[in-house]
Write a new protein. Structure first.
Length: 336
């Protein structure tokens, strides 16, 4: 039986939407939060230290905040050329940073919902008639800076809390850098989605090493620092999860055929959690390679995309397609 709880309020700082909480089965570990405004094409999601969640709406450029009480507030991003949003992260300054590819910009919003900065990327490539570096994934580093990947600019970018940008070219041309992650040594790792490699940058020296993947045309995408101290990443076209050691040794773990994994994050339970885009499932992968899948109540039409760990023993994910929902998985309930 479908259970729905709804509430509505209004605020001057943003549009607060009707919230629907939908669960398909009793004791299901996954709950979906439905947005009342349609066709958002949700993309990436991140947890703030205060327990709020933040997501990017790709098709209708706005930032979405999910309060600890489940209340959803939408903040439309200002600007005539803002047509597309992608990655999102919470910086050391407590602000939420996100990528705005259509106008070649890194943007910032505070947690009260006020937009506090627009930072243009120096690189403006001419690729396929476009004039944007297409900043895609973004992540906050332990040193207080924020890093982003330039999908078309073929660089990794670093932005300071003051908005100062430094770029680091990827050696392989048109490699499609996708999403940054960090190891304990402060090095920056990134998947080269079209280069079929994983790159590792030492920011102190500017040296970037690249490691080819065993599987051809794997389309590596999201990447995360794992509970075992190694770097893990999704291989979207290969239906695999990759693990790379600090020395560059790659191990691949198969997923069900047609999974098309995207998001990946380390959970508080010591496992990796993955969004299976085409299966309508969230998967748990142990560091030893044991896989368990959990069905999303909306099924395959959910298309789970970006995924992250919450601050309270949860895994959150953004549903990219027609469901127009944000999902939450409770680790304690995921016992199978």
């Amino acid at each position: 039986m479908r259970m729905v709880h709804r509430r509505i309020r209004t605020l001057a700082t943003g549009l607060i939407c009707v919230v629907g909480l939908a669960a398909a089965r009793p004791n299901d570990p996954i709950t979906e939060i439905e947005l009342s405004s349609p066709a958002n094409h949700l993309q990436a999601i991140v947890a703030a230290p205060d327990g709020t969640m933040w997501a990017t709406a790709c098709a209708k450029p706005k930032i979405i905040r999910i309060g600890k009480d489940g209340q959803i507030t939408e903040f439309p991003v200002p600007g005539p050329n803002v047509k597309l949003l992608q990655g999102i992260t919470v910086g050391a300054d407590s602000s939420v940073w996100f990528t705005s590819p259509s106008d070649n910009t890194i943007r910032r919003i505070n947690r009260q919902g006020t937009f506090t900065g627009e930072f243009k990327i120096p690189t403006v490539p001419d690729k396929g008639g476009g004039t944007t570096a297409f900043p895609r994934g973004i992540a906050a580093a332990p040193d207080g800076n924020v890093w982003f990947a330039e999908l078309h600019g073929n660089k990794l970018g670093r932005i300071t809390p003051k908005g100062e940008i430094t770029e680091f070219p990827v050696p392989t041309p048109e490699s499609g850098p996708y999403q940054p992650a960090f190891d304990k040594s402060g090095r920056v790792w990134c998947c080269e989605s079209t280069g079929n490699k994983v790159a590792r940058l030492d920011p102190k020296t500017g040296v970037m090493d690249e490691f080819p993947l065993p599987t051809k045309a794997a389309l590596p995408r999201d990447i995360a620092f794992g509970p075992d101290g190694q770097i893990w990443f999704s291989e979207n076209q290969a239906d695999q999860i990759g693990r790379i050691t600090s020395e560059g040794t790659v191990t691949e773990y198969p997923l069900p055929k047609g999974s098309r994994p995207v998001g990946i994050a380390a959970g508080a339970d010591g496992n990796l959690w993955i969004s299976l885009l085409r299966k309508g499932q969230i998967a748990r992968l142990t560091p030893e390679g044991n896989l368990t899948t959990f069905d999303i109540p909306s099924g395959s039409k959910a298309e789970p995309f970006g995924l992250c760990a919450g601050v309270d023993g949860t895994i959150w994910f953004a549903e990219q397609n027609q469901c127009n929902r944000i999902g939450r998985l409770t680790l304690k309930a995921a016992v199978k």
